[in-house]
Design a protein around this ligand. Structure first.
Ligand SMILES: [Cu+2]
Length: 353
């Protein structure tokens, strides 16, 4: 139905333009070319003014109509900074937009060709040139400066108490790895990737730091008010970790780890109450066109309290034990002498924090 309407409006618009052109042709013949030109000039002036008014109404309408569609309050400390920067940029560009557009269309209407007026020849003014070059240059420098400052803050060193999570993108999904009790992500090598052998990200089992690393694909769990550093990578093409609610994003590049850190400030539970949406979930999306399944790279993030996080991770078995069941003390009883770490316990996590 909508398509038919759009086609009908376009058709009507074409018909009107065609008729106006035809009519002005007849007018030209009847009244002479000079008069017709003046009339066209007046019509153009009026249409430019109408365009300005309708355009501004359209801008206002879009803002009112779409205002409820934005993501709402940012859910991270960096998100607050990013939003502030965005709103300052929007406010400045909005003021400039209104001034320049009103001036452009109003002047075109007001100072259209007239028999009673002589054009004023005003070719150059150095002072004006300097003013409208220097002011935007200063404003842009300040805005870019803020951007660089925030960029270094976000991509710089994470606080010492930050938890580390490795995020790996693949066609088409996300894989997460927690460093376990030792706080160190074990080494990995892409040639070791072997799904059949329960080694989906190519961990090197010789590296003891790998023995307590916890691998998961379902959900990324984060602790509220605790900084988290993401170590981001990819197994195939370039993906992008997009965390819209936290206002963060970073490319996932194969072979080159990228990092970013932030502090989630609102739990999933609080967000459900805030938004009045009982089904609310934080999302991790892929923000880089990465293939035909790109749209399906949606992961979920659970932001919870430390206690809830501990209760979740304590039930996870390190991938080392999943891949090497013979080393699993819960399966094989006679391994009392070997030092095999088991899943991180809640008490261990507390001592680490
Ligand atoms: Cu992707």
């Amino acid at each position: 139905m909508q398509t038919i309407f759009i086609i009908a409006i376009l058709g009507l618009g074409f018909l009107i333009t065609f008729q106006i052109a035809k009519a002005s042709e007849y007018v030209a013949v009847l009244r002479g070319l000079e008069r017709a030109r003046k009339q066209t000039n007046r019509i153009n002036g009026f249409m430019l003014l109408a365009f300005l008014i309708l355009g501004l109404i359209g801008v206002y309408y879009c803002n009112v109509r779409l205002s409820g569609k934005i993501l709402g309050a940012p859910a991270s400390d960096h998100g607050v900074l990013i939003d502030r920067m965005l709103y300052i940029t929007l406010a400045i560009t909005f003021i400039v937009f209104i001034i320049t557009q009103v001036a452009l269309f109003w002047f075109a209407y007001k100072y259209q060709e007239s028999d009673t007026r002589k054009p004023y020849y005003y070719p150059h003014n150095n002072k004006l040139e300097v003013i409208w070059t220097v002011i935007p240059a200063i404003v842009l420098t300040v805005l870019v400066g803020f951007g660089i400052f925030y960029w270094f803050k976000i991509t710089g060193n994470a606080p010492k108490n930050a938890m580390v999570v490795e995020v790996t993108g693949k066609q088409f999904g996300w894989e997460f790895r927690y460093p376990g009790f030792d706080g160190i992500l074990g080494k990995k090598y892409f040639k070791n990737i072997n799904d059949a052998a329960n080694n989906p990200i190519g961990q090197l089992w010789d590296d003891e730091a790998n023995h307590d690393d916890i691998y998961t694909t379902s959900e990324l769990h984060l602790v509220v008010n605790k900084p988290v550093k993401l170590v981001i990578g990819s197994k195939d093409v370039i993906h992008d970790v997009g965390l819209a609610h936290f206002r963060m994003k970073m490319d996932a590049v194969p072979g080159t780890p990228t990092t970013m850190w932030f502090t989630p400030t609102i739990t999933t539970k609080q967000m459900k109450e805030k938004t009045g949406n009982p089904d609310f979930v934080y999302e991790i999306s892929c923000d880089q066109m990465c293939g035909k399944g790109h749209y399906s790279m949606r992961g979920t993030i659970v932001v919870e309290t430390q206690e809830e996080f501990d209760a979740w991770i304590v039930g996870k078995k390190p991938q080392y034990l999943v891949a090497n069941p013979d080393k699993d003390p819960s399966i094989k009883k006679d391994t009392a002498t070997t030092k095999i770490p088991v899943a991180v316990s809640s008490a261990q996590l507390k001592t680490r924090n």
